[in-house]
Design a binder for this molecule. Structure first.
Ligand code: NAD
Length: 338
């Protein structure tokens, strides 16, 4: 029996993680869930958005499935998501975006993986106002050779192991000559060790346009923290939106699986959120354990339910939809073979 930390999260989190747990359990995998709190719900109970029992649970189990956590905009406590990535040195953020059959989107054959450096640059929290009048503010983005090298190597190794053909590194090294330049240089050096994988680079602004115009020219996308955050949302938009986009945060000693999307306060508590992103994150988690067949059962079941189109949430079909619970149940039944 494998013990896994479960963080239901804020907003739509509890509903979608409940659906994910049911779907994962339907595969027959033996998991004991250790449910802990983080984010707004943890503040209510512990007066701390990231209490010690939560950290201790992830430390001892090494793997967590996490619902989204709310971060106040502009002021208030710092992002708990970023804090978790820092605390456990989860330097890889792996965010796939793949088209689903039967879903009306701009393209029907997208198959991308975004690798985002997850610990450095503008998300490191090195920022302040320069004076009490708040007349100016600065955020310092530090990019290190080691930090760049480990994510670049991970992306290339992944591409090699998974039969991916091409890696595109995305940067702004024409303007950010030092931070962007260092990341690009490291990526170029690592690419030389993988001659079987095609390699090119794109400047971020051009990349954003190219992904919208012709996403099929890309395969694996490798980039720094902020650009990766933005491009992975863009990639999800190409295949049906945030409701379908899972993400894995991976380090040497721990991994946290979650949806790319946030706590969606605008639709929380209404049974309309799409549970697929966190369900697919559950499949990524099973893959991570080597439970490949069970993971595939989940991705196949999600694809089947979307293809059939009868039990999908409002974001996927605004004309005819069911609730979060109902779509979750439909996926669970497919997994069970009912
Ligand atoms: P969001 O991802 O929560 O929502 C963006 C839009 O997508 C909203 O219109 C929302 O209704 C929709 N959406 C998101 N998930 C959906 C789903 N499963 N089904 C259907 N529609 C869905 O982004 P936001 O509104 O910018 O952020 C809300 C909060 O979430 C903020 O506090 C932010 O900091 C936090 N956030 C957390 C994470 C995380 O926990 N990893 C990631 C991103 C944002």
């Amino acid at each position: 029996m494998r013990k896994i930390t479960l963080i239901p999260g804020d907003g739509i989190g509890p509903d979608i993680t409940e659906a994910a747990v049911r779907v994962i359990e339907a595969t027959g995998v033996a998991i004991e869930w250790e449910e802990v709190k983080a984010g707004l719900s943890a503040i209510e109970e512990f007066k701390d958005p990231l209490p010690e029992p939560t950290l201790e649970s992830i430390r001892s189990n090494s793997v967590a499935l996490k619902g989204p956590l709310t971060t106040p905009v502009g002021s208030g406590f710092r992002s708990v998501n970023v804090a978790l990535r820092k605390e456990f040195d989860l330097y890889v953020n792996l965010r796939p975006a793949k088209s689903f059959e039967g879903l009306k989107t701009r393209y029907d054959d997208v198959d991308l993986i975004v690798f985002r450096e997850n610990t450095e640059e503008f998300y490191a929290g090195i920022e302040h106002y320069i004076d009490p009048q708040r007349s100016a503010a600065e955020t310092i983005g530090v990019v290190t050779r080691n930090g760049s090298e480990r994510i670049c190597r991970y992306a290339f190794e992944y591409a090699k192991q998974h039969g991916r053909k091409k890696v595109t590194v995305v940067h702004k090294a024409n303007i950010l000559k030092f931070t962007g330049g260092l990341f690009l240089e490291v990526a170029q050096n690592v690419a030389e060790e993988f001659p079987e994988i095609e390699f090119n680079d794109k400047i971020i602004d051009n990349m954003a346009m190219q992904m919208v115009l012709n996403p099929n020219q890309f395969d694996v996308i490798l980039t720094t923290n902020l650009f990766g955050d933005i491009l992975s949302d863009l990639a999800s938009g190409l295949v049906g939106g945030l409701g379908l986009a899972p993400g894995a945060n991976i380090g040497y000693n721990a991994a946290i699986f979650e949806a790319v999307h946030g706590s969606a306060p605008d639709i929380a508590g209404k049974n309309i959120a799409n549970p697929c992103a966190v369900i697919l994150a559950g499949a990524q988690m099973l893959d991570h354990f080597g439970e490949f067949e069970k993971a595939k059962k989940i991705t196949d079941a999600v694809a089947d339910v979307i293809k059939e189109g009868k039990q999908v949430t409002r974001d996927l079909n605004p004309d005819k939809y069911v609730g979060t619970k109902e779509m979750g149940q439909a996926i669970e039944e497919r997994v069970k073979g009912v």
